[in-house]
Design a protein around this ligand. Structure first.
Ligand code: SF4
Length: 327
């Protein structure tokens, strides 16, 4: 059984109507941020969710954790339907599902000491028999994320730490309740390249140690190689290709994935890559293009592409793509 099952997940945000719109009885418009997304994540697996900004990946992560309500769809985590839970059930279940945010400075209370911030979820979920025991657990976690000596870091405030150290605190706080599933939303995007690889290694080590299942959201395909088992590529609210890291990075099938891969810098100067640049801008998600949503920008567009929506086709061992080139 998959640890996470997502079926036909949708989020359509209503566009704010002006007084004139109401007066003229203009129809209600919706931003189709996520528009029918389905995938599974197996226990202990890391699925990378990749796409440009505005593709709907962050909204997908928040919908899965029910931080925002879905318009439609089913999300099951460890066999439990997140959208049929009562508020109380969901509150209790939150210790099993956590999120690591992109901006640690915004995620941490500037007036709360680091130790208190990490202890907070333990108190909320009633983990540990006393503050003394909880403090011991926080010390252990501070050591585990390499914020040592722990007694020194425990009493510091977020502004007294570097960006990398703050993100270690956010990781510690997310993992202190030993969650089964974690959404890492652009978790290393704001860090310098040198610190980024250290943090990715730490996340991978902790994921293996605590047997965490993870959705790793990123706009940067280059970071997925350190941590992701499989990759799902999102474009304008839909997944267009999904497969193992090896399949996607070595043999991308969808023209959009090919363009993303071609933009990843090649470390070996002898290997020359042809850059594929999608034409024009990302279309407006209020009124997405007909047929294949990528057709106005696709370098392999055909007549049929604007008329019909392609189905998902399995091209090799679990590698699926939604494109008429393979139907
Ligand atoms: Fe390009 Fe057509 Fe494939 Fe869409 S369906 S990605 S437009 S070739």
């Amino acid at each position: 059984m998959a640890m996470v099952e997502v079926r036909n997940l949708k989020k359509h945000f209503p566009v704010k109507r002006t007084f004139i719109d109401v007066l003229l009885r203009k129809p209600q418009l919706y931003v189709k941020a996520v528009d029918g997304v389905s995938f599974d994540i197996e226990e202990g697996e890391v699925l990378g969710l990749v796409g440009e900004s505005g593709s709907g990946k962050t909204t997908t992560g928040r919908l899965i954790l029910r931080l925002i309500e879905a318009t439609e769809g089913i999300v099951k985590i460890a066999g439990k339907d997140v959208y049929t839970m009562s508020k109380e059930e969901l509150r209790r279940f939150r210790k099993e599902i956590q999120i690591i945010f992109q901006d640690p400075l915004a995620a941490l209370n500037p007036y709360m000491k680091i130790g208190e911030a990490i202890m907070h979820p333990l108190k909320i979920h009633n983990i540990g028999s006393s503050d003394r025991e909880r403090k011991r657990m926080v010390y252990k976690m501070l050591e585990r994320v390499n914020l040592t000596p722990p007694d020194e870091f425990y009493v510091r405030y977020p502004k007294e730490l570097s960006g990398g150290q703050r993100q270690r605190v956010v990781i510690a706080r997310a993992l202190i309740t030993r969650p089964k599933f974690v959404v890492a939303d652009e978790a290393v995007a704001m860090l310098d390249v040198s610190i980024r690889s250290q943090l990715l290694k730490l996340m991978l080590d902790l994921k293996n140690e605590f047997n965490i299942t993870m959705l790793f959201i990123t706009h940067d395909l280059a970071t997925t190689k350190y941590i992701c088992d499989r990759i799902a590529v999102m474009y304008l609210g839909k997944i267009v290709e999904i497969g193992t890291f090896h399949h996607i990075s070595e043999n991308p099938k969808h023209p959009y994935t090919q363009a993303l891969i071609s933009a990843v810098p090649e470390p070996d100067p002898k290997k020359k890559k042809q850059k594929i640049i999608p034409q024009g801008e990302v279309p407006n998600p209020i009124n997405p293009p007909s047929g294949c949503r990528f057709h106005p920008r696709c370098h392999k567009v055909m007549d049929i592409c604007s008329k019909k929506e392609p189905h998902f086709v399995e091209v090799e061992d679990g590698h699926q793509v939604s494109c008429f080139l393979y139907e």
